[in-house]
Design a protein around this ligand. Structure first.
Ligand code: SF4
Ligand code: SF4
Length: 373
C-alpha cells in the first residue's frame, strides 16, 4: 500500500441482515432484508426461478463490497450498517416467509388491504405466488444454514392458507431449525403446530382482541370465536406449549376499548394457562393520529397492564413502545418494566427467559436503538 493508501484507508462495514437474512416477499421477489431500504440484492420473478444460488452469490459480492468500504446504492444511509467484524459472514439464520397474503379471516385492522368477506372467498381460489419449499431445500443442500440458530418468521396472510404448510414445517423440523414463529388466527387446527410447540421449537401468537364471540365477530368479521378457543385448547395442552403461546389484545377504538372486555380476555388466557400477553393498539388508529395516541388509550393500556400483572401474566407492549415515541410516559413505563423483567427472568425464571428475551419482538429489539424510530 502506498503512503496515500494509508491515509485514505476506507472504513469496513457489514450488515447482519445482508449476512444472515432471507426475505421471500409477496411481490414475487427474494430480498436480503425487510428494512425500509431496499438493499442491494434482489431476485425478481421467483415463480420462474429454479435456483437461488445466483442470489447467494450476489449476497457474497455485496458483503465483500461492504468489507472493502464500498457501500452499495441500496444500502446508503441504512441504519443496519455497522462496523465490520470478523464474525460477520454469510450464513442464513433468519428466513421470513411473506410470499402469501391469503387469509380465512377479515380483521378490520388488517394491513393486507381492506379485508372483506368477499376477499376471503377470492383468497380460496387465488394461487400461492411460488413454492418456497424447493428454495428452502436448496439452501440446506448448500450448507449455508445455521441450523441451530435458524429463526423462521411466517408473515404474510394466514399459514393455514398455504396448502403445503405441513411440508414446509416438517422440512424445517427434519433438516434443522432453531425456532419457528407462527402468527395465526387459529381458525383451522394444524396438528403440525401442536407437534412443533411440544418440541419447544415453535412460538405461536394469536390476536383474540376480545373476550366473547360478539366482540370477536365485530373485529374479525367471521363467527369463529368458539372454534379458535377450541383449537387453542388443543395447542395449550402441555406446560411447554402454554409457555410458547402468546395471546394478543389489540385495542380498537370504540370496539373493545374497555376493561370489561379485557377482563373476559384474561379469563380465557387463564383457562388456557397461557401467561404471555401482548397489549397493542390498532395500527390504523396510530397512523391516522401520526402516533400521537390519545391519553385515554395510554391510560387504558396501563390499567390493563396492571390488572394483568396483578394476575401474574407477563405482558409486552409492542406498538405503544415502538410506534408512539412521542409519549414519554408509556415509553418510560415500558423501559422500566422490561428492565425489571429482564433481571427477573435472567436470575429467577429461566423457563420463560428464552421465549421472552430472544423473541424478535422482545427485548433484543427493545434494547437495539436501531428499532426505536
Ligand atoms: S444495509 Fe440496509 S439495505 Fe443494505 S442489506 Fe443491510 S438492511 Fe438491507
Ligand atoms: S388474521 Fe392476520 S392476515 Fe388474516 S385478516 Fe387478520 S390480521 Fe389480516
Amino acid at each position: 500500500m502506498n503512503l496515500l493508501g494509508i491515509f485514505h484507508k476506507k472504513k469496513s462495514y457489514s450488515c447482519l441482515l445482508l449476512n444472515n437474512n432471507l426475505h421471500f416477499t409477496s411481490r414475487n421477489t427474494l430480498e436480503p432484508c425487510c428494512s425500509a431500504n431496499i438493499g442491494p440484492v434482489m431476485v425478481k420473478d421467483l415463480d420462474k426461478k429454479n435456483s437461488i444460488r445466483e442470489f447467494i452469490k450476489e449476497k457474497q459480492k455485496y458483503i465483500n463490497m461492504l468489507k472493502n468500504g464500498d457501500i452499495p446504492e441500496g444500502c446508503k444511509n441504512c441504519v443496519h450498517l455497522t462496523s465490520y467484524k470478523k464474525t460477520n459472514y454469510l450464513k442464513i439464520n433468519k428466513i421470513t416467509l411473506n410470499h402469501y397474503t391469503q387469509c380465512n379471516c377479515a380483521c378490520i385492522y388488517c394491513t393486507q388491504g381492506n379485508r372483506t368477506l368477499e376477499k376471503i372467498k377470492e383468497d380460496e381460489d387465488k394461487p400461492i405466488l411460488y413454492d418456497v419449499l424447493k428454495f428452502i431445500n436448496e439452501l440446506y443442500d448448500m450448507s449455508i444454514i445455521d441450523k441451530q440458530k435458524l429463526y423462521i418468521d411466517f408473515q404474510g396472510g394466514n399459514i393455514s392458507c398455504l396448502k403445503n404448510y405441513h411440508d414446509i414445517i416438517n422440512t424445517f423440523i427434519n433438516r434443522g431449525v432453531g425456532t419457528i414463529y407462527i402468527p395465526t388466527n387459529n381458525i383451522i387446527y394444524m396438528p403440525v403446530i401442536e407437534k412443533l410447540l411440544a418440541m419447544k421449537k415453535g412460538e405461536l401468537c394469536t390476536a383474540i382482541d376480545s373476550g366473547c364471540s360478539e366482540t370477536y365477530l365485530k373485529i374479525k368479521q367471521v363467527d369463529k370465536f368458539n372454534k379458535v378457543i377450541e383449537n387453542l385448547k388443543k395447542y395449550a395442552a402441555t406446560k411447554k406449549s402454554q409457555e410458547a403461546i402468546r395471546l394478543k389484545y389489540i385495542i380498537i377504538p370504540t370496539i373493545n376499548d374497555n376493561i370489561h372486555e379485557f377482563k373476559q380476555f384474561l379469563k380465557i388466557a387463564k383457562m388456557l394457562h397461557v401467561k404471555n400477553l401482548i397489549i397493542d393498539i390498532d395500527a390504523r388508529y396510530s397512523r391516522m393520529t401520526e402516533y400521537n395516541i390519545d391519553p385515554y388509550f395510554i391510560n387504558l393500556a396501563e390499567k390493563m397492564n396492571s390488572i394483568a400483572l396483578r394476575q401474574n401474566f407477563v405482558t409486552e407492549f409492542y406498538s405503544f413502545l415502538l410506534q408512539n415515541t412521542n409519549n414519554k410516559k408509556m415509553y418510560k413505563l415500558n423501559i422500566l418494566q422490561n428492565i425489571i423483567k429482564r433481571i427477573k427472568f435472567k436470575y429467577f425464571n429461566k423457563k420463560i427467559k428464552d421465549l421472552y428475551l430472544y423473541h424478535h419482538y422482545g427485548l433484543n429489539r427493545l434494547f437495539d436503538k436501531k428499532f426505536i424510530f
